[in-house]
Design a protein. Structure first.
Lengths: 168, 161
């Protein structure tokens, strides 16, 4: 792999192809749904499916629980991969479900696993603490007393981030 | 915000994502835009079968699925002799947000790249952009996809040539 690209004049010339209309998405211009209206409708539909997907979220959190409870210290590579996959799923799901704090915790879990996966010690207990924070956050949301717990959890995340930074 | 009223009712959209949550969510999004023909699948293999059978105008795919990768699917759409439409508009929706992944997807000819987590607004804006992407295609020995800006070609060379 060379770091020196050939000069533009020596690169293979690009051929431009006019895409046939039949291969393009048939988008009209006189539809009855404006993008603004569609946006509002889509946002409403997100709210409507939140409840449906609570069960899915619980399942992901439970999967995370299974992995974190078995987290050795240092975390084994297999376990790290599983943990990362589940935390990634969780991160992806949390924001559209309106649970940014859960998403933030999942983010920190990803950070912990990525930074410690090389085999240094200290990750296991951190991940377990994060899992407890996650459960707390999720349960707090369910009980509707989000703000009180949010402050505590944010403090915990702050401390954990400091630990992660100090460990690198 | 766009002022015209786009009509997406004749679009055919295929969603490939291994998480049912995301499939439902994205399906709801495109439904809300007035798209009437939407299919969704949970694996790369099924996605390819559906690409050939359903022949969507827009393919929305995750990067990592149970039995394969969305990037491979994109490669097949662009280069396979069995591809029903090598000019298909493809939107990658993935949790992978590393720069090298985005670059790789651009090199394989993706039209749009959106990272999870996302809001409904993020998705809809990207979808509209993807559906209305009218760039001509660029073909080189190593690339087939929407025409890239000189800056993208240049920066890609610096890293990957």
């Amino acid at each position: 792999m060379s770091q020196n690209p050939p000069p533009a004049s020596k690169r293979a010339p690009a051929t431009l192809i006019k895409v046939p209309a039949s291969s393009r998405p048939p988008v009209g211009r006189t539809g009855s749904v404006t993008l603004e209206a569609a946006l509002k409708r889509a946002e409403a539909s997100v709210a409507a499916i939140v409840e449906t997907h609570r069960a899915g979220l619980v399942e992901i959190i439970s999967d995370l629980g299974k992995v974190t409870m078995g987290a050795s210290d240092p975390i084994e590579p297999d376990n790290a991969a599983k943990l990362l996959a589940v935390a990634n799923d969780l991160r992806g799901v949390a924001v559209p479900l309106g649970l940014p704090l859960v998403g933030e915790i999942a983010n920190v879990i990803c950070d912990v696993v990525q930074r410690f996966r090389v085999g240094t010690t200290g990750a296991g207990p951190l991940v377990q603490m994060l899992y407890h924070a996650l459960r707390q956050a999720y349960e707090a949301v369910g009980r509707g007393d989000r703000l009180q717990h949010e402050a505590e959890i944010r403090q915990l995340l702050k401390e954990l981030r400091a630990k992660i930074a100090a460990s690198v | 915000m766009m002022e015209y009223s786009p009509d997406y009712s004749n679009l055919k959209v295929l969603i490939a994502d291994d998480m049912s949550f995301w499939r439902t969510l994205m399906r709801n999004f495109v439904d809300a835009l007035g798209v009437r023909q939407v299919r969704s699948v949970e694996s790369a293999r099924k996605a390819w079968d559906m690409v050939c059978e359903f022949q969507p105008h827009i393919l929305i795919c995750d990067w990592q699925m149970l039995d394969g990768e969305g990037i491979e699917l994109l490669r097949m759409v662009r280069h396979s002799k069995d591809s029903p439409n090598r000019f298909m508009n493809v939107m990658m929706v993935t949790a992978f947000n590393e720069e090298h992944r985005v670059r790789q997807a651009l090199r394989e000819g993706v039209n749009c790249y959106l990272t999870k987590p996302m809001t409904a607004q993020d998705f809809l804006r990207k979808f509209a952009h993807c559906a209305e992407d009218r760039r001509p295609f660029e073909s080189t020995p190593s690339y087939l996809g929407p025409q890239r800006s000189p800056e993208i070609v240049e920066s890609d060379d610096l890293v990957f040539v």
